[in-house]
Structure formats: C-alpha cells, structure tokens
Design a protein around this ligand. Structure first.
Ligand SMILES: CC(C)(COP(=O)(O)OP(=O)(O)OC[C@H]1O[C@@H](n2cnc3c(N)ncnc32)[C@H](O)[C@@H]1OP(=O)(O)O)[C@@H](O)C(=O)NCCC(=O)NCCS
Length: 582
C-alpha cells in the first residue's frame, strides 16, 4: 500500500453536503477513492452522489463499519467539533482542509488525536494523493488530469514521495517531476499553519519505510524547524533515501511572513540559509531555483538506476494498460518476456497468465490446457456452430463466420460456466454462515454443505427451477467432468472442504439421493474448478470463447469446402464421417 491512503482505504467526507464537500467528493470518486459516506449534522438520512449522509461519524461507523480516513470540508468555525467527532468514532487519519483554523482549536485536535492514536494532516491542507490509487482532499483537480499528470509506480517499481509546505506547489512539484519523467508514489501537502498534524519529518519517515518510494522530494519554506529536523534524520541514518529539496522564501528577511502562517523567520530561526545549510550538510540535494528541481530529481534517480523513471512513451501516455508491454524488440505479457514463454509455457498456462496476471505452476498450467481442450468442440448442433456454418454458407469470410459463432456464445450457451460458479459460491456462503470460520474445514462444514445441498435440491424439485452445471441433454455421465476433476486434484484442488468442487459434489449427491441423477456436467465442472483457481467469473464466458474458437474455424472451413452455398442446414440430422478411434 502507498503511504496514508490507497484504493482500499475507507474514506468518509465530513461536510459532504456543502459546496466544496460535494464538488470534491465527486472528483475523489472519479479518481477511484473509496468514499463510502458523508457526515453533516442535521442532514442524516440524506444522500449525496449516491452516498449515505449521517449526523455524526459515530452514526456513520455504526452503519458502515470501521472508517479509516475522514476528509473534512468543514469551515474553520466547525472544524474542532467535527474533528473530535471523527476521532471519537475511531477514525485514525483526518485531513483538515479548512484554512484560518484557530491555533487553540488545532492544539485541542492534536491532543485528542494523540489520546486516541489518531493522526491528522493540516489544517489548511490540499490533502494527500497516491497516484493511480486514491486522493483525499483537493490535489490534482479533475481525475483525468490527475491521471495524466501524476504517474504511479509500476508493479514492483517505485516512485518519488513528495512533501510540500505549499498547497499549489504540491501539485506543481508533482506535475513538473512527471514532466521530467519521474513517477510519483504519494504527494502530501502538510498544510501551511503554525500548528500542524503530520510534519515533514513524519512524512519523510513514512516514505523511508515505503517500499514503493525510492527518493523524497521536499518543497520547503522558511520558518519553523521542519527542514532542519529532516536534516537530523538524514544525519542520524533514519532517512537513507535520497532527499532533493527546494526551500522557498530566500528573499524574506527576519519578521517577514511568507504567504503561510507557519512561514515566518523569527530572529535567526527558520532562515533560508539555515535550512539549505542543514540539508546540504546532511547530504541532501538542495536546488537554488524551483525550476531546477525536476531535473535535479531526475538526475539523482538516474545516478542510482532508479525504477522511478519513465520512458518518453510512458511519460506521454494519457491512459495505461497492464496487459502487454510493447517496446522496440521486446514484447512482455503481464511482465513476462514472450520469447521466454514460447516453448516453455503452454497455451493454457499463458491464457491463465494473461487473464489473472499470474503465471501458474506446471500442474495448474496442465489443468488450464485440459480446460481449453474440454470445450474445443461439441459437434455441429450447438448454436455457435450452427450460426458459424449458416453464415459461412452465404460466402461470408472466415472472420465473419467465426464471429457469428462467437456472438451466439452467451448467457445460455457457455454462460452456464459462470452461472454454475456463482451458484456454487452462494451454497458455500450459506454453508459457511452455518458454521464458524474455525470449523470451515471440519466435518461440521461438510455436513452443513450436505444439508444446504439437500435443501436446495428439494426446493428445485418442487419449484421446477433449472440449475446451471448439472445434467446434460446427451450425456448421462459427461466424460469430460471426471477427467477435469482428476486433473484438478493433481493440480492441488480439492473436492472436499470449503471449495466450489465440494459444493458441486454435494449437489450431485443430493440429486442422486432423491432418485433423480443429475450429474455435474462440463460447465458445472469448469465453473467449480475455475472458481477454485480463484479466477474472476467475469472471464469464464471468455474462456469458453477462447476454447471453442478452433472448433468454429474447423466447422467454417469444412462448410465452405465441402458444402454448397446457401444449403438448408438440418440442425439435427447429420452424421460423423471423420476418423474413428479414441
Ligand atoms: C472548508 C471549506 C472548503 C468549506 O467551504 P464550503 O464548502 O464553501 O462551505 P459550505 O458552507 O458550503 O459547506 C460546509 C459544510 O460543512 C457542514 N458542517 C458544519 N459543521 C460540521 C460538522 N461538525 N460535521 C460535518 N459537517 C459540518 C456545514 O453544515 C456545511 O454543509 P451544508 O452547506 O450542507 O450545511 C472552506 O471553509 C475553506 O476553509 N476553504 C479554504 C480551503 C483551503 O484553501 N485550504 C488550503 C489549501 S492550500
């Protein structure tokens, strides 16, 4: 996870019904932030952008469950009350957007937060952003722009962490680093007030521990001692990642306030020269002009062969795909060099790789091959074959004819794989709800599953409902099922315990027990096995298309070479005249 927020962080917005609250919640949702509700006292029961509104964070937590982070779009006058509400409700991270928060209120919030182990960013902050994952506050504006400007680390790669004391410059620093080809792990605007929650040294420590951050970029300012404290962390070896900084306010003299309340030089403390000297003395790179910062960052990254640097094409990209990377003389599927896969990895294993992002072990690869083979063809009567042959008989091209066949693969043709997987999943969930999780592998679970299956079969018998994955209009014992289950066992899957395969077996037994044998058919077997492999049911119909395509090609070519155009194709009365044998 990125520091402070990622796509799974459960976010609530206080002041969600207000002007900024509504507008920014829309942008946060667009970006992918997991906003689950909002709070405005007196407006509980309302809904904003489809999200429920509560009177207090306590009510929100009671209804929605634990809340990880709250963004407060509440004006300064109400911020203390709102923050204490969030802290009391167990929220562990607050983002206090409001400016002009009284110092005493900020101090009371800090005390309450410390007592409950909570942290806060701000006040007077634009918030935090973890590119590609989530934003809390106002960094980045429109989601499309933010996606284009701030590129996240690649899987297994890194980015730089940005800490800024200026709101506007937090986005600008990230933007110009991006233009210089630098990926960003997180951006934190710590706020410009004199009393703050998380400060530069705290965020630097988080970046130091973050495996996706390999350098820290700081937009500092005169005033206070945050930059000097960071220098101490570097000197003491607590921050070892490269630090590249710019300190604003060089021209300010003692007593001048530089834009923000916290940016003031008092006597000799907090001067520009003092901060630059401390950071440089500790080994950080400090640039004189802001315009030099992006290239300085890129230069430091280049010097240590960083994974935070982008190619020009990656820098120009306005959208991304995680499926296949194409570069001159290189093709990589889900990060695996295609030449390396060829000759070593079977087609089934590679299909698994492209659909799940993971390369399976050899046994699962063999199982995937068997899955594709099991559905390669089922004669001339299925709708996809009839559709492909009918279109082929008009003189249509191979692609049009095969596409016609593919287009008939749908909910009622091939769709039973997904339906069966989902149905077996509901039986498993019911059985799990009858047993404790600790007992999920035990005899208790097996008897709960058996009871659920019996209940289901009784229900189906009286309602006349059909269930996907059981019985076949031709086969009383589908030859493909037994073989698939056999290979699944070899691959380490089990038809016992809390598995879809076990649920399928339980239903099959329950049907047999009432004297109505409805064996698991190939779709039921495939649905159960693919679900037990942890694959997303949304791809199951696609897997069927992949498997059936060679069969369709064979039928289309045969139709166009053997038969007369525009013949009337009898859907039933035809015979096989290919080679005999097994
Ligand atoms: C925080 C801020 C953005 C709010 O502005 P706003 O959205 O225009 O204010 P609104 O009055 O429209 O909305 C505030 C909402 O908070 C609600 N609110 C007040 N107290 C609350 C509490 N304890 N809990 C939850 N919500 C509360 C209000 O009821 C109001 O909602 P409503 O309009 O439905 O009644 C603004 O006050 C501010 O500080 N702006 C500057 C921010 C900034 O620049 N930060 C620094 C960046 S560098």
């Amino acid at each position: 996870m990125a520091i402070l927020i990622d796509q799974n962080t459960r976010v609530i917005v206080q002041g969600i019904t207000g002007r900024e609250g509504q507008a920014r919640t829309r942008l946060m949702l667009d970006y992918g932030t997991n906003v689950i509700g909002g709070v405005t006292p007196g407006k509980g029961g309302a809904s904003v952008l489809g999200l429920p509104v509560f009177n207090s964070c306590k009510d929100a937590a009671a209804s929605l469950g634990p809340l990880d982070l709250s963004v407060l779009f509440v004006p300064a006058a109400g911020i203390k009350e709102a923050a204490l509400d969030a802290i009391d409700a167990g929220v562990k991270l607050l983002v206090l957007v409001a400016d002009r928060v009284p110092v005493w209120d900020a101090m009371e919030i800090a005390k309450a937060a410390a007592a409950k182990g909570a942290k806060f960013v701000g006040p007077n902050t634009l918030g935090i952003a973890s590119p590609g994952r989530a934003v809390a506050g106002m960094i980045g504006g429109r989601a499309e722009s933010a996606r284009e400007w701030f590129k996240p680390p690649l899987p297994g790669g890194t980015g730089v962490g940005i800490i800024s004391r200026s709101g506007g410059m937090s986005s600008s620093t990230a933007y110009y680093c991006g233009q210089a080809g630098v990926r960003i792990s997180s951006i934190v605007h710590i706020g410009g007030d004199a009393v703050l929650g998380l400060r530069i040294p705290d965020i630097a420590a988080l970046f130091q521990d973050d495996p996706q951050t390999d350098a820290i970029v700081v937009f500092g300012e005169i005033g206070g001692s945050q930059e000097e404290e960071l220098a101490e962390l570097i000197t003491s070896g607590k921050v070892t990642k490269p630090v590249i900084a710019y300190i604003g306010g060089k021209a300010a003299t003692s007593g001048t306030r530089f834009s923000h309340a916290g940016a003031i030089i008092e006597g000799n403390r907090g001067t520009h020269a003092g901060k630059v000297g401390a950071l440089r003395g500790a080994g950080a790179t400090v640039v004189e002009a802001f315009g030099e910062l992006p290239q300085a960052v890129a230069g430091v990254l280049r010097s240590h062969g960083s994974k935070s640097l982008m190619t020009d094409a990656e820098r120009r990209a306005v959208w991304t795909t995680g499926v296949t990377r194409i570069e001159p003389n290189s093709v990589a599927v889900r990060g695996h060099d295609i030449a390396g896969l060829m000759g070593h990895t079977s087609f089934g294993a590679t299909v698994y790789l492209i659909l799940t992002g993971k390369l399976p072990d050899e046994k699962v690869g063999r199982l995937m091959d068997a899955i594709l083979v099991s559905s390669i063809d089922h004669g001339a009567t299925p709708p996809s074959c009839l559709a492909a042959r009918t279109v082929a008989s008009t003189g249509a091209s191979l692609s049009a004819s095969v596409a016609a066949g593919i287009m008939s693969i749908n909910r009622h043709h091939g769709g039973a794989i997904e339906d069966a997987a989902r149905y077996l999943g509901t039986l498993l969930a019911k059985a799990k709800s009858l047993t404790t999780s600790a007992a999920a592998n035990s005899a208790d679970f097996a008897s709960a599953l058996e009871a659920i299956a019996t209940e289901e079969v009784t229900r189906i018998k009286s309602s006349g409902d059909r269930i996907s994955g059981f019985g076949h209009r031709i086969h009383t014992k589908d030859p493909r099922t037994a073989r698939l289950f056999e290979l699944a066992a070899v691959a380490g899957l089990s038809d016992r315990g809390p598995t879809h395969m076990a649920a399928a077996r339980a239903v099959e037994r329950a049907f047999a027990a009432i004297g109505r044998p409805l064996p698991i058919n190939v779709d039921g077997a495939l649905g159960a096995i693919l679900a037990d492999l942890g694959m997303d049911p949304r791809v199951f119909n696609g897997l069927f298309m992949i498997a059936r395509t060679p069969g369709l090609v064979a039928h289309v070519v045969e139709e166009q070479t053997r038969e007369k155009p525009m013949r009337r194709i009898d859907p039933v009365n035809h015979a096989y005249d290919g080679p005999s044998g097994k």
